[in-house]
Design a protein around this ligand. Structure first.
Ligand code: HDE
Length: 688
C-alpha cells in the first residue's frame, strides 16, 4: 500500500462535505519538518544553548514556537456535553416531504445529504467515563445545499425544565459540587436531588433518567429526539407542528447498572470504541428519521401543552412517520479538529423548518452561539472546516480573531451602490429564509402558562408503560441515586415527590433509603404507551459481541462450525485465552487469541461462548473462565456452552435456564445460541 492516507482519501468518492474537508487535510507522511513559518528544522531534540551545559538562548525561535503552541493547545471544554464522540455519514430520504415542508433536503429521494453526528454524555468532563448514568446527546449537522441544518437532540424525548432561564440552575445542581468537585459524571449527590425535589416540573424527565435509557448499550442502539416542538412550513406557507425522532435500526438496548460501573473502570472509552470499531469494520450504524406532525388547528386538542418540553406526544396518539435513514459510515480523521471543534446550534435551520414559542427552545437559540464564541475563540467559528456549510457564503461580515477568508473589494455594507448592492438578499421564492409569520399577542410578563402545570400525568404514563424488569431497574436506580444523598431531608422530599408517580415505587424506595413512607396520592393516569418500553424493541443478533473463552485442545469441528455460523449472522467475536497468540485445537487447527483473560472482561461482551479445555496453569485458567461465566450470568447475558465447556459451567454459579444454551445433545446449538444472543438479556434469572 504505497498511497498515503491523504491520497487514499482523495480517491474515495467522497460526498460534498468530504470533498470540502479534503482541502484542509494535511499529511506529514514522508515529509520534511518545518516551523509554522516554513523554515526547515535541523534539530528537534535540543534547545539552543550557550555551551552544551549552558543556559537556553532566547533567539531559539523553533523552541519558542513549539512551546508556545503547546501551551495554548487546550480550548475550554463544553460547559455541558463535554465528552463526546462523532462520525460522518449520509442521510437519504424515503419519500418526498414536499407536502409538509419546503426544506430542500427533504424533497428529493435521490439526494444524499452529508451529515456529521456527535454523541455525548451531559454531565461529565472531557475525560470522564462513557458509561455514566446520564442523558446522551445526539446532535446531527446536515450539510444541505441551502446551508447547515442542526438537529441538536438527546436520547430522551423530554427535558428536565420548561424554561431556559432555569438551565444554569439545573446544571449547577447536577455538576460536581463546587466545594469539593465531587462526584464526577454522576447525578447521585445532594445538590442534584435537592434541585429535583424543589423543581417538580422535572418529574417526568427523572423517570426517564432513572430508567435504562441513561445507560445505553451503545450509541448505535439508542433513539434520538429533537425534544422541542418545531415547525414545518411548506411552499404554500402552511405550517404544522413537528417533533423529530431518530430510531436505531438495531433497536434500543441498555447495559445493567452494575455492569456499566465496572465498564467505567475496565474501558472508560467503551462507547466511543464501540462506535469507532463498528464503523472501521463496516458495521455502519443506521437510524431512521421519524416525524410526528400536528396540524396547526389541533394545537389545543391534547391534555398537555404541545409547547411544553417536559411532555412527549404518545406515538399511539400521534404516529411517527419514518421519512428517511441516516448511515454513519466514516470515522473522523482528527478528534480535535472535527469532534471538538464542531459547533452545533438549534438555531441553524433551513427554509421549511422553523421554531415555536417553546420557552426552552427560545432560550437555547441564544445560548449556543454565545457559548461557541468563548469556546472557539471569537465569531469566525463557522469557518472552521467541520462547521463550514457546503454552499457558498457571501455577506458583509468581516474581521475578528483568526479570520480565514480574504474578502475582496472595499464594500462591506448593505445597502450599497458601489458593488451594485451585492451581496443581495433573496426572496422567499429564491430560497431566502422568511420566518413563519405567527400571530402573537400578550402582555409582557415573567410567568409560566397554567397549561404547563401538570408534572405527574406523563411521569405516570411512563411508569405504566414499563415492563416489570424495567420498573425494578427504576426502583433500583432511585435507591442507588437517592441512597447516595447525605441529607435525610432531601431523601424524604424525593420520595414525597415521587409518590405522585407511583405509591409502591416510592414506598419501596423510601424503605431502601431509610426515610418515612410517603403519604401523598399517586396520579390517576391509567393509560400506557407501549412504544416507551424497551421490552418492545427490535432484537437482532447483528454486531453483538461474543467473547470466546478457549484453550488448547478444543474440538476444531464443533468450534469451527459455531464461529462460522456466528459470522454469517453478523455476530462479532473475540478469541480470549490465557495468553495472546496461537491456541491449538484438534487436528492442529489454530485460532489466534486477540485478548487474554486479564486484558479484557466479561462486561465488555454481549455474550460468552465457553469452550475451555487445557492450559499450562490449569487452575488459573479454570478460575478465569468461571469468573467470566459468573459475571456474564449475573448481568443476565446469554451464554453458549460447548461440550468441553460443561466442566467450567458446572464449577460456576450459573444455573441451567433461560439464555444458557448448551451444545451437548443440541443439534441446533449455533442457531439457538444466536437467537439467545439477539435477546441480549434474560431478566427471568434470579441472581440474588
Ligand atoms: Fe444544550 N447546550 N442546552 N440541550 N445541548 C449545549 O452548547 C443549553 C438542551 C444538547 O455535541 C451547549 O456547544 C440550554 C436540550 C446537545 O456539541 C450549550 C438549554 C437538548 C449538546 C447548551 C439546553 C440539548 C448541547 C454546551 C436549555 C436536547 C451538545 C456546548 C434551554 C434537545 C452538542 C455547546 C455537541 C450543548 C445550552 C437544553 C442538547 C451551553 C441553555 C433540551 C446534544 O450552549
Amino acid at each position: 500500500m504505497d498511497k498515503s492516507w491523504s491520497d487514499q482519501r482523495k480517491d474515495a468518492d467522497g460526498n460534498a462535505k468530504d470533498k470540502q474537508l479534503e482541502r484542509f487535510r494535511i499529511n506529514n507522511d514522508g515529509k520534511k519538518m518545518n516551523t509554522n513559518q516554513g523554515i526547515k528544522v535541523s534539530n528537534d531534540e535540543d534547545s539552543l544553548k550557550a555551551g552544551v551545559r549552558g543556559p537556553t538562548i532566547m533567539e531559539d525561535f523553533h523552541f519558542r514556537e513549539k512551546m508556545t503552541h503547546f501551551d495554548h493547545e487546550r480550548i475550554p471544554e463544553r460547559v455541558v456535553h463535554a465528552r463526546g464522540f462523532a462520525a460522518h455519514g449520509e442521510f437519504e430520504l424515503y419519500e418526498s416531504m414536499k407536502e409538509f415542508t419546503r426544506a430542500n433536503f427533504l424533497q428529493d429521494t435521490s439526494k444524499k445529504t452529508p451529515v456529521f453526528v456527535r454523541f455525548s454524555t451531559v454531565v461529565g468532563s472531557l475525560g470522564s467515563m462513557d458509561t455514566a448514568r446520564d442523558v446522551r446527546g445526539f446532535a446531527t449537522k446536515f450539510y444541505t445545499e441551502e446551508g447547515n441544518y442542526d438537529l441538536v437532540g438527546n436520547n430522551i424525548p423530554v427535558f428536565f425544565i420548561q424554561d431556559a432561564i432555569k438551565f444554569p440552575d439545573l446544571i449547577h445542581a447536577v455538576k460536581p459540587e463546587p466545594h469539593n468537585e465531587m462526584p464526577q459524571a454522576a447525578s447521585a449527590h445532594d445538590t442534584f436531588w435537592d434541585f429535583v425535589a424543589n423543581n417538580q416540573e422535572i418529574a417526568h424527565m427523572i423517570m426517564w433518567h432513572m430508567s435504562d435509557r441513561t445507560i445505553p448499550r451503545s450509541f448505535r442502539m439508542m433513539e434520538g429526539f429533537g425534544v422541542h416542538t418545531f415547525r414545518f412550513v411548506n411552499d404554500k406557507g402552511r405550517s404544522r407542528f413537528v417533533k423529530f425522532h431518530w430510531k436505531p435500526v438495531l433497536g434500543v438496548h441498555s447495559l445493567v447498572w452494575d455492569e456499566a460501573q465496572i465498564i467505567g473502570g475496565k474501558d472508560a472509552d467503551f462507547q466511543r470504541r464501540d462506535l469507532w470499531e463498528s464503523i472501521e469494520i463496516g458495521d455502519y450504524p443506521e437510524y431512521e428519521l421519524g416525524v410526528q406532525m400536528i396540524n396547526k388547528e389541533d394545537e389545543f386538542k391534547f391534555d398537555f401543552d404541545i409547547l411544553d418540553a417536559t411532555k412527549l406526544w404518545p406515538e399511539e396518539l400521534v404516529p411517527v412517520k419514518k421519512i428517511g435513514k441516516m448511515t454513519l459510515n466514516r470515522n473522523v480523521d482528527n478528534v480535535f479538529a472535527e469532534t471538538e471543534q464542531v459547533a452545533f446550534h438549534p438555531g441553524n435551520v433551513v427554509p421549511g423548518i422553523d421554531f415555536t414559542n417553546d420557552p426552552l427552545l427560545q432560550g437555547r437559540l441564544f445560548s449556543y452561539i454565545d457559548t461557541q464564541l468563548i469556546r472557539l475563540g471569537g465569531p469566525n467559528f463557522a469557518e472552521i472546516p467541520i462547521n463550514r456549510p457546503i454552499c457558498p457564503i457571501h455577506n458583509n461580515q468581516r474581521n475578528g480573531f483568526s479570520r480565514q477568508t480574504i474578502n475582496l473589494g472595499k464594500v462591506s455594507y448593505h445597502k450599497n451602490s458601489l458593488a451594485g448592492n451585492t451581496p443581495s438578499t433573496s426572496t422567499e421564492k429564491e430560497g431566502g429564509f422568511v420566518h413563519y409569520e405567527e400571530k402573537v399577542e400578550g402582555r409582557i410578563t415573567r410567568a409560566r402558562s397554567k397549561s404547563f402545570d401538570d408534572h405527574f400525568s406523563q411521569a405516570r404514563l411512563f411508569w405504566n408503560s414499563m415492563s416489570p424488569p424495567e420498573k425494578q431497574h427504576i426502583i433500583d436506580a432511585f435507591s442507588f441515586e437517592v441512597g447516595k444523598v447525605k441529607s435525610k431531608s432531601v431523601r424524604q422530599q424525593v420520595v414525597d415527590m415521587f409518590v405522585h408517580v407511583d405509591k409502591v415505587m416510592a414506598t419501596t424506595v423510601a424503605e431502601n433509603i431509610g426515610v418515612n413512607r410517603p403519604t401523598g396520592e399517586q396520579s390517576k393516569v391509567i393509560a400506557s404507551s407501549p412504544a416507551l418500553s424497551q421490552a418492545n424493541t427490535i432484537k437482532l443478533p447483528q454486531t453483538l459481541k461474543v467473547g470466546v473463552l478457549i484453550g488448547d485442545g478444543f474440538d476444531a469441528n464443533e468450534v469451527g462450525e459455531v464461529l462460522k455460523f456466528l459470522t454469517r449472522q453478523g455476530v462479532r467475536y473475540s478469541i480470549i485465552s490465557d495468553k495472546l497468540g496461537v491456541v491449538t485445537g484438534s487436528n492442529g487447527v489454530q485460532l489466534m487469541a486477540s485478548e487474554t483473560f486479564i486484558t479484557t472482561d466479561a462486561v465488555l461482551f454481549d455474550s460468552l461462548y465457553v469452550v475451555g479445555v487445557r492450559a499450562d496453569n490449569q487452575a488459573k485458567f479454570n478460575t478465569h473462565i468461571v469468573n467470566y461465566i459468573n459475571e456474564a450470568y449475573r448481568h443476565y447475558k446469554p451464554i453458549g456452552i460447548a461440550a468441553s465447556g460443561m466442566t467450567f459451567f458446572n464449577m460456576s454459579n450459573a444455573n441451567v435456564g433461560p439464555g444458557i444454551v448448551m451444545a451437548t445433545g443440541n443439534t441446533n446449538f449455533a442457531k439457538k445460541f444466536v437467537e439467545a444472543i439477539a435477546q441480549q438479556r434474560f431478566w427471568q434469572r434470579n441472581i440474588y
